[in-house]
Design a protein around this ligand. Structure first.
Ligand code: SF4
Ligand code: SF4
Length: 130
């Protein structure tokens, strides 16, 4: 029986060692924070003082991810409906259409996307105010 020495197969596992000298692709969170990338679509932000409660964001959302609800904080006195959007991130695909159609420009997608909640079955998100 002839032996075929597979040199590449023998040396290949050692090539993994070189990864130990490379810069890691992960971040030491929370000590290190991810840098904002221009145009990144993170969580929604809604300026309650600018939102007029028109519901355009809800109407355009093809995933039906937006409910208009009563806010807990002070809102724009010109908010006709008295309602502001809440996002269901179980449905949202971060297309950004809701922000595109927001006439006053109060709704936008910000750079952060970190969320901690008590209910793993629900991801209803009230856009933070700014
Ligand atoms: S980003 Fe797109 S899917 Fe998400 S809430 Fe807005 S319109 Fe709906
Ligand atoms: S976030 Fe913009 S589009 Fe949505 S209800 Fe408020 S003003 Fe209208």
């Amino acid at each position: 029986m002839a032996w075929n020495l597979d040199i590449k197969g023998v040396l290949h596992p050692f090539s993994a060692l070189k990864q130990g000298f490379k810069r890691p692709h992960t971040l030491n969170y929370p000590l290190e924070k991810r840098q904002d990338v221009p145009g990144y679509r993170g969580f929604h932000v809604n300026s309650l003082i600018g939102c007029v409660g028109c519901g355009n964001c809800q109407d355009i959302c093809m995933n039906e991810a937006i409910d208009m609800i009563e806010p807990l904080a002070e809102i724009n006195p010109k908010n006709a409906s008295g309602l502001v959007p809440r996002i269901d991130y179980g449905r949202c695909c971060w297309c950004g259409l809701c922000a595109d159609v927001c006439g006053p420009g109060s709704l936008r997608l910000a750079g952060d996307a970190i969320y901690v909640g008590p209910d793993a079955d629900s991801f209803l998100y009230m856009p933070r105010d700014e």
